[in-house]
Every structure is written in C-alpha cells, then in structure tokens.
Design a protein around this ligand. Structure first.
Ligand code: ADP
Length: 595
C-alpha cells in the first residue's frame, strides 16, 4: 500500500470553490496569452511594411485593428478572472468565518481563558486574510506567470528555433543561478528565525526587566544580552547575504528583460550575418523575448505567499479542530448542584505528566444557601468553581445540576441557570447602565439601579459626573473590586438560580470588604451560591464553609462549627486573628500576601 500524502490544510478551505479558482486561473492564463497576440500581429505589420512590392494598406489596418481587439480581449479576460476569483474568495471568507464563529460558540469557555483572544483574532482576521491573498491573487497570477513564457516560447520556436535556443539558454542559466543562490535556503531560514527569536527574547527581557535594571543600576548587564543577540544576528545576516548576493544579482541580471532582449538581438545580428536568421525574425525576438523572463521575477514572492497561506490555513484548521462542547437536551429540575467524585487535571504541557488539581471532590450546594470555598492558593478552588458552568468538564466524576449531568443540559439553559462572576471581569466599553443590563436589555433605569444598590456599587456610580451613563474605560476607570461589583449587579439582574462567584484576590480596605460581604449575602437570597473566598473575613456569614486542600475537601461546616472543631480552618482563622494586619488569605498562603 502506498503511504497517503497528508492533505494540505488548504484543501478543506478552498475545496468548495475549487472550480471557480480553476476558472479564474484559466481566464488569467488566457488573458496573458492573448496579451501576446498584439505583439505577434505587430511583427506581421512590420513584415507587411518591409515586404517588397505595393504596400497592402488594407491588410495592415486589419492587423492593427485585430491587435487592438486582442489587447481589449486580454484586458476583459483579466477583469473576468479578477471578478470570478474575488467572488469565490468572498464566499470562502464568509463561509470560513461563519464556520469559525459557529465552532467557537461551542468551544468550552475554559479554552478561551487558556489561549486568550489573540489566537481567535488572528485566525478570524489575519489568517482568513492570508488565504484571501492566495485565492484572489496568487493562484491566478501564478497561472499567468507559467502560461505567458510558454506561449511566447512556442511562438518564437516557430519563428526561429536557433535564436530561441539562445534565449532559452539565457533564461535557464538565470533560473539555475537563482536556484543555487536559494539552495540551503530553508536551513538558512531556520537559522534566521532562530537568530531573530534570540533578538526578540533579549528585547522582551530587557524591556520587562527595565524597572529592576534601573533600580539596581545594571543597565550594562541587561543590555549585554541584547547587544550580543543583535551582533550575532547582524553577523549571520551579513555572512548569508555575502554568500548569496553575487549569485542572486547575476540571476536577476540574466532574467532581466533588457538584458535578455539585447543579448538575443545581438545574437540575431550575428546569425543574420552568418545567414542563419532573417532580419524580420529578429524583430519578433526584440518584441517577445521580454515575455520569456519578465514574470519570473514574480515567482519568488508568490511562492512565499503560498507558504504563508498554507500556514494560515493550518492555524484555521487547528482552531476548527478544538473539540466543542457536547450537550444533550435534558432540563435540570431545580437548582441543587452536586459534585460527585469529581477529579480534574489540566492538559499538561508537552512532555509533562498531567497533574491532578481536583482529586475526588464530593460536594452538594443546596438551594437557598451560600457555600464558601477556602484553602491555600493552588488548592483548586477556582478550578472547582468553573466546573458547574462547564468552563471545562471533569476528567472523572459528575457535576449535576437539578439532578441532571451538566453535560446533558443544553448550553442556553445551562447559562441561564448558572451565573458566574469570576476574577477577570469583562466589562464592555459601554455605559455602566448598558453593562449592568447586558442580559436584560429592556430593563428600565429603576431595575438597573436596584441591582447596583444590591451589589453595593450604586453610590460609586452616582458620584460620577455622568452617573450611569459613564462609559467604562473612557469616563471612568473602575478598580478590580468595583468592576466585580458591576458584574455582580449584572448577574443579579440576569437572576440565575445558581451563582458562582470567584472573589477578587486583590487586597481591599475593610469598608470595601464589608460591602462585598453584603453584596454576597444579597446574592444568596433564594439562590444556590458558591463563593471562592480568597479572604477569610468575607466567609464568616456563609451557611457552610468548605476547606479545600490539595484538590480534596479537608473540612466543612459553619464558621462556628469549624472553629469549635479546632482543625485546619481554626488554624487559618487564628493565624488571621493574630496577625490582624495580615489579611487572612495570606495566612492561608504566603504566596498570596498582597502587601
Ligand atoms: P486556587 O483557586 O485554589 O488558588 P486554582 O484552581 O487556581 O487554585 O489552581 C489549582 C492548580 O491548577 C494550580 O496548581 C494551578 O497552577 C493549576 N492551574 C490553574 N489554572 C490552570 C490552567 N489554566 N492551566 C494549567 N494549570 C492550571
């Protein structure tokens, strides 16, 4: 059996418009070939003018008329090719963008948290644009680049094969020289990328560390890696261009239209003297020899475009291959959340062993209660909080919502049932009122204000000159804690029966702490609430406190129960009380000490 070639990533993108791309390429090739016809007809005009005997004016005018027609036809064919390729390209771009958008809507939210928006933007915008260049421009142009020299050569061979051999030898020598200059180009390109990467890394290191560098007056040390990288790059580039420049310049000269024309015409003069060629045939070469080599110049950049489009199509394919969420169509009955034997491991870095972040968690969140999750940083609190909203699915065990496995709940119903406010709150560049009313666009100002009051952010908004019309990021810069309370107001208005809140880790003053506590109690009314608490004082009022340690539940109970038990929580609490100026979460984990 023969090994099957890996299909190009371009195939699925351009498959549906393949026919039209071929049509555009054929039209462009025809346009190029028909563009040669006026030159051939002009050779015939020259023959007519110089022919002995009475000039056949009628025939000559006919030839000139025909050349004009051919020139126009060539233009029309070129325009038709552009229209066909751009229409096909529009359809391709629209369908790829639609497929990407539809697919991304099904990708788990956790994927976006891990990969950021840069990759999505690159695929949807830049990469689709690269494939556009290929479909709309590169392929038709390459067809022209190949067809025009072949047609010119066929014509010239018929006119005078000996002179054609001279022209072909010249062009072949030019191509051979160019190929030699480019030989080992791939290896050199890899080295180029490596040297350039080293310069980039040194630049980033230099800029990122500039504060430390300046503070300790070590500019020289920081700059030395950058200087070394820049010098190494310059040395490499100089050596590379020195070794390739003579061959490249010679090949460009051999392939340049004036050089080819002058050389072929000189050979023609010699061949006429030897009686091998006819003077009028030399005119044909003077007119058509440039067509043999002119398009060659374009090949290099077109090949680069082809490579770039292949890379772009690969990235689009990879994005389309990110597994989407599978859902069913079962409706949860109620808002009790149960975690049953839940284990979870993030996808490991290549070559690393997967590390289990959650190692068998059983937990029930009862409707109408607030459960607070505490524990040292890295215990898995934030990870656990993402599971009910399916940011990711557990690697083992089940998360049930109203008795139904969340994997069987349709996405729309899941997000209507489970609301979440995480640490990296996203506010839109819109008015605060619009931000709060995101899920309920027809909510009136009174409902918006009531939600803001409940989230303890109303006073801050009222104090702004533009009030609720202040545009976030333009009229007002909100702190992390404030942005989170706007997000809480938004969630209150959306009114989901289950609410997951991952408290902002940043240190806040006691007044703000109390406000957050109040806001959380407000959220609790009649809902199932899970709060990831990074500061102990915010959890005392919770119905139940769950202490998570190294992916397992270490203890659970009310604040009083846990204190009375004198275990892990009591120790955390005592540590917080003793160093009362030290925030409690830092007692739980020195890494999080925000001071
Ligand atoms: P906590 O909220 O208790 O501080 P997390 O749930 O944030 O703990 O993190 C638990 C562990 O999972 C940590 O070791 C952390 O490094 C790891 N982790 C968190 N997020 C990711 C991620 N997106 N990819 C890989 N590992 C992660």
């Amino acid at each position: 059996m023969t090994a099957r070639k890996t299909p190009s990533p371009l195939a699925p993108l351009i498959g549906p418009i393949r026919g039209r791309i071929v049509a555009a390429a054929v039209l462009q090739a025809l346009s190029g070939v028909v563009g040669l016809v006026p030159l051939m007809l002009l050779v015939e005009v020259a023959r007519g003018l110089l022919a002995p005997g009475p000039a056949q004016a009628g025939r000559l005018w006919t030839l000139i008329g025909l050349s004009l027609l051919a020139a126009l036809l060539s233009l029309a064919l070129g325009a038709a090719s552009t229209v066909v390729s751009h229409r096909a390209d529009d359809d391709m771009q629209l369908s790829v963008r639609r497929r990407l958008a539809a697919h991304l809507a099904r990708v788990p939210l956790g994927w976006f948290a891990r990969h950021g928006s840069g990759r999505v933007k690159k695929a949807l915008h830049d990469d689709v644009g690269e494939v556009h260049a290929l479909v709309a421009h590169t392929v038709p142009e390459l067809a022209g680049v190949v067809a025009v020299p072949l047609a010119a050569l066929a014509y010239l061979l018929v006119v005078d094969w000996q002179l054609s051999v001279v022209a072909v030898l010249l062009v072949a020598a030019g191509i051979a020289l160019f190929a030699r200059a480019m030989a080992g180009g791939m290896a050199k390109m890899t080295e180029y990328a490596r040297a350039m990467g080293e310069v980039n890394a040194a630049t980033v290191e230099f800029v990122r560390g500039i504060r430390v560098v300046k503070q300790y007056d070590r500019q020289d040390r920081a700059a030395s890696r950058f200087r070394a990288a820049a010098d190494a790059f310059a040395d490499f580039f100089l050596a590379w261009s020195r070794s390739t420049t003579p061959a490249t310049v010679a090949s460009f000269l051999l392939l340049s239209a004036p050089f080819v024309t002058v050389t072929v015409v000189s050979a023609g003069v010699l061949f006429c003297a030897l009686g091998w060629s006819e003077p009028l045939d030399v005119v044909a070469f003077a007119l058509l020899a440039p067509a043999l080599c002119a398009p060659m110049q374009a090949i290099g950049s077109r090949m680069q475009q082809l490579q770039a489009a292949g890379g772009a199509a690969g990235r689009i394919r990879d994005l389309l291959a990110v597994p989407g969420l599978e859902t069913g169509d079962e409706r949860p009955a109620g808002s009790r959340v149960e975690l049953d034997g839940v284990r979870f491991a993030y996808e490991p870095e290549p070559g690393r062993e997967p590390h289990e972040v959650l190692r068998g968690v059983d937990l029930v969140l009862e409707p109408g209660t607030v459960t607070a999750l505490v524990g040292p940083s890295g215990a898995g609190k934030s990870t656990l909080a993402t599971l009910p909203a399916r940011f990711q699915d557990p690697t083992a065990g089940t998360v049930r919502l109203g008795g139904v496995d969340v994997r069987r709940v349709p996405e729309r119903i899941l997000y209507r049932t489970v609301g979440f406010v995480f640490q990296d709150v996203q506010l839109l560049r819109a008015s605060i009122a619009e931000n709060i009313a995101l899920a309920v666009p027809d909510a009136g100002p009174e409902r918006i204000r009531a939600a803001a009051r409940a989230a303890r952010i109303d006073e801050r908004i009222e104090a702004l000159p533009a009030g609720y019309d202040a545009v976030v990021g333009e009229d007002v810069q909100l702190s992390g804690g404030e942005a989170q309370r706007v997000a809480i107001a938004r969630t209150l208005l959306a009114d989901p029966p289950v609410l997951i809140l991952d408290e902002a880790t940043a240190a806040v003053d006691p007044a703000a702490e109390r406000e957050i506590q109040d806001a959380v109690s407000e959220l609790a009314r009649g809902r199932t609430v899970l709060v990831v608490a990074h500061r102990l004082p915010t959890v005392t009022g919770a119905d139940r406190i769950v202490v998570l340690d190294d992916g397992r539940i270490a203890e659970q109970g009310s604040h009083e129960d846990l204190l009375a038990r004198g275990g892990r929580y009591a120790a955390l609490w005592a540590a917080w009380r003793e160093g009362s100026e030290a925030p409690a979460a830092s007692a739980a984990d020195p890494e999080e000490d925000p001071r």
